[in-house]
Design a protein around this ligand. Structure first.
Ligand code: FBP
Length: 326
C-alpha cells in the first residue's frame, strides 16, 4: 500500500494552513526527536539508564536518567534551528531561550518523557508537544510568549513509545497518526483523520487516589465504575502514562481523568505541555477536554508549570463527568 510519509503530510498541512514553511520544519524536528528517543528508550536497559539521578525537578518529582536524556536530546534537536526561539519543558524551571533561534517565530511547550514511572517496567511512555506563534516581535522570547491559552496552539501532538512508535498530531486540521518503520527510520500514515468514538470505550483514572477526592468526584467515578452512567458502560483501563491512556481513549473512546484533590485542587497534570496539547488534539478529533468547570483550551495560563484537573475524551463522557461534578 502506498502510504503517505510524515514529511509529505507536513508539507500538505503547511500548504493548507498557508504556513510560511517554518511549521513543517518544526514538525519534522519533532519527528527526529521521536526517532532519537525511541532508540534511547530501547537501549536504556543495556546502558544502565533505567534508574533515578538522585535529584528532583521543579515539580518536586524524583528525576530519572531518561528524563534528563530526553530533555537534553530535545534541546539538541531544537537548538540552532532558526524557526524556534524558546521552549518550556517539564524538566526545566524556567523558559529556555534557544540559541540561534532569536528570529524564530515559534515557541514550543514539551513534556520530553511522559509516564517516566514506566521506564523500568517496559511500560508505555510518550513525548507531548505544543507549538505556538510567539507574541513578541523579535529577539529573546518573553514569559508572555509562553503563557498562551491552548486555543492559540498552531499545532500539537504526541509520540507514543510502546510495542510500536507512533506520532499523532494536528496542525489545525485533522488528527493524523503515523507509525515508525524502524527498518528505514520513517513514519508512515497509518491512522488518517482520527475521530474519537462516542458511547463506548473505557474510563481511565487512578482510583487509588479515591480517599483524596471530594464527595462529588468520588460519586462521579463510582458511577463510571458501577457502569451507571448515562453515556454507557465503560471498561476500566489505566496505563499510568498519560500519552498511553489518551491514545487508547482517542482510538476507542471513553474518558481519561486526573481529578483535583481536596488538598491539591489543581491536581497533578500540567496545563502548558500536557493538558492543553492533548485537549487540542481531542477537540480536533471531535472530543472534549475540561478541568471540570471550563474548557481546557480557554484557560489563560498564569504560570509556566501551572497544574489543572483534567477530564479528556469522548464528548458525552466528559459532559456527564462535569455535570456530576457540579
Ligand atoms: P510525567 O511522567 O511526565 O511526570 O507525567 C505525569 C504522569 O506520569 C502521567 O503520564 C500519568 O498519567 C500520571 O502521571 C500518573 O500519575 P499517578 O501515578 O499519580 O497515577
Amino acid at each position: 500500500m502506498n502510504r503517505l510519509t510524515l514529511s509529505e503530510q507536513f508539507f500538505r498541512d503547511q500548504a493548507s494552513a498557508n504556513a510560511s514553511g517554518g511549521l513543517s520544519t518544526v514538525l519534522n524536528r519533532f519527528s527526529l526527536l521521536a526517532r532519537m528517543l525511541a532508540s534511547e528508550i530501547m537501549r536504556a536497559g543495556f546502558v544502565g539508564k533505567l534508574g533515578y539521578t538522585g535529584t528532583t525537578n521543579v515539580q518536586d518529582e524524583n528525576v530519572r536518567a531518561l528524563d534528563v536524556i530526553s530533555n537534553d536530546t530535545m534541546l539538541q534537536v531544537f537548538e540552532n534551528m532558526p524557526m524556534v526561539c524558546g521552549v518550556a519543558s517539564e524538566e526545566m524551571d524556567d523558559m529556555h531561550i534557544l540559541p540561534g533561534g532569536e528570529s524564530g517565530k515559534y515557541i514550543i511547550t514539551v513534556d520530553p518523557l511522559d509516564g517516566s514511572g514506566n521506564v523500568d517496567v517496559a511500560g508505555q511512555m510518550g513525548t507531548i508537544f505544543g507549538i505556538y506563534k510567539r507574541r513578541s516581535n523579535a529577539g529573546h522570547p518573553t514569559l508572555d510568549d509562553f503563557l498562551q491559552p491552548g486555543r492559540d496552539l498552531v499545532a500539537a501532538g504526541y509520540t507514543l513509545y510502546g510495542p510500536c512508535t507512533m506520532l499523532v498530531y494536528s496542525a489545525g486540521g485533522p488528527v493524523n497518526g503515523f507509525t515508525l518503520d524502524r527498518s528505514i527510520g520513517t513514519f508512515f500514515l497509518t491512522h488518517p483523520d482520527i475521530k474519537i468514538p462516542e458511547g463506548e470505550g473505557s474510563y481511565s483514572v487512578n482510583e487509588a487516589n479515591e480517599s483524596k477526592w471530594d464527595d462529588k468526584t468520588r460519586a462521579m467515578v463510582k458511577a463510571f465504575r458501577l457502569q451507571e452512567t448515562k453515556c454507557g458502560k465503560r471498561a476500566a483501563r489505566y496505563a499510568g502514562a498519560l500519552v498511553g491512556d489518551f491514545h487508547r481513549t482517542l482510538l476507542k473512546g471513553g474518558i481519561y481523568m486526573y481529578p483535583g484533590e481536596a488538598k491539591k485542587p489543581e491536581g497533578k497534570l500540567r496545563l502548558l505541555y500536557e493538558n492543553a496539547p492533548l485537549a487540542f488534539l481531542c477537540e480536533k478529533a471531535g472530543g472534549a477536554a475540561s478541568d471540570g468547570t471550563q474548557r481546557i483550551l480557554d484557560i489563560q495560563p498564569q504560570k509556566l508549570h501551572q497544574r489543572t484537573p483534567l477530564y479528556l475524551g469522548s464528548s458525552g463522557d466528559v459532559r456527564e463527568a462535569c455535570e456530576r461534578l457540579r
